[in-house]
Write a protein that binds this ligand. Structure first.
Ligand SMILES: Cc1cc2nc3c(=O)[nH]c(=O)nc-3n(C[C@H](O)[C@H](O)[C@H](O)COP(=O)(O)OP(=O)(O)OC[C@H]3O[C@@H](n4cnc5c(N)ncnc54)[C@H](O)[C@@H]3O)c2cc1C
Ligand code: FES
Length: 310
């Protein structure tokens, strides 16, 4: 029976038990969000012993070398000695610059990290509002911009959604490491891009479009945004972008038209790449019509905004 040691505490597990479940069942306050190995909210640090490869998927080399694992993806196979994540010690300090309510349920958040961060626009990171409350959000800004920007959908009764609205400029928060596969690749310069977003799934996709132009992308980009009854929260900025970049075509559409719009999707060429982002049900709904329009699965790159209950 393997044992998990955290300081003076010893927790018994059955071989193969999930590490996150075991820690939670033993009363340890381990944060989590997606439970799918995607968001890095459930990091714990192993101080000795081997770790299963699945538990470090998506972590950067420094995180791996320091023994970090994703607890939600880690089976307990042998005795483990671990340390719980503390955002104030293990994360990057930052201050809240501003929050702006763009629509009734969309908040634009600007954050200034204590030191510059390396990231690719469209990647995501965990924002920690205190030692236990962290959620993953996609980076909507470019690296040369003064602040990090995020677009948050506000969820009724959402713990993060509630607390962020009570914070003031200059309040201290903490950031996890940027990561994830969802970003512009300079090898795509000649490929038409089809960017498909619902809700705040627009955050990474507008950043990817802006990064593409910054890197001299020279094939057409079509950006679809399906929005709720409050409209596209970024319409002005997107129209300005399209005015400066004739290769960009905008389709700002009510969400009620999504199913009909998907039947009309046409690919500019067989080398088109589709990037899809938004709630999990949206990402799922879009895959099949793209495939039917002739796009192989490997040319569809997606990011589903998994939450604690999806
Ligand atoms: C890689 C990644 C990147 C993400 N990027 C963004 C982003 O840029 N912008 C953004 O707005 N969100 C993003 N999300 C989703 C975001 O992390 C969650 O929606 C967030 O956890 C909500 O936190 P909360 O504390 O307000 O709600 P919670 O307290 O976690 O949940 C409260 C209630 O709200 C419901 N809820 C929460 N989130 C959702 C959701 N997405 N859809 C439907 N119901 C939900 C829950 O089911 C629950 O009933 C991302 C998720 C992932 C995995
Ligand atoms: S990666 Fe483990 S909860 Fe998201």
């Amino acid at each position: 029976m393997p044992e998990i040691r955290i300081g003076d505490i010893a927790i018994q597990a059955m071989a193969g038990d999930n590490l996150l479940d075991t820690l939670l069942a033993a009363g340890q306050r381990v944060p989590w969000s997606c439970r799918a190995g995607h968001c890095q909210t459930c990091l714990v640090q192993t101080l000795d012993g081997a770790v299963p490869i699945n538990a470090v998927k998506g972590l950067n080399p420094e995180q791996r070398e320091s023994g970090w694992v994703l607890a939600c993806q880690c089976p307990v196979l042998e005795n483990m000695h671990i340390k719980l994540h503390d955002p104030a010690r293990d994360g990057l300090g930052a201050k809240l610059v501003s929050t702006h309510q763009a629509t009734e349920n969309t908040l634009i958040v600007r954050i200034k990290p204590d030191r510059p961060l390396r990231f690719k626009p469209g990647q995501h990171m965990v924002i920690w509002l205190d030692e236990a409350l962290g959620r993953p959000y996609s980076i909507a800004s470019l690296p040369d911009e003064a602040e990090l920007t995020f677009h948050l959908k506000l969820h009724r009764f959402g713990a993060f959604s509630d607390k962020i609205q009570s914070l003031k400029p200059e309040d201290r928060i903490y950031l996890g490491a940027p990561g994830g596969h969802f970003h512009y690749d300079p090898d795509w310069q000649d490929k038409p891009l089809l960017l498909l977003a619902a809700g705040t799934g627009l955050a990474p996709l507008q950043a990817i479009a802006r990064q593409a132009f910054a890197l001299n992308h020279h094939a057409p980009i079509q950006l679809y945004h399906w929005h709720d009854k409050h409209g596209c929260y970024l319409e002005g900025a997107l129209r300005d972008l399209a005015e400066n970049h004739p290769d960009l075509t905008l389709h700002l559409r009510p969400g009620t038209e999504l199913a009909a719009d998907l039947t009309q999707l046409r690919l500019a060429s067989r080398s088109t790449l589709a990037l899809v982002c938004g709630p999990p049900a949206f990402v799922e709904q879009v895959r099949k019509p793209l495939f039917m329009a002739g796009l192989p699965g490997r040319q569809i790159i997606d990011e589903a905004f998994l939450s604690r209950q999806t």
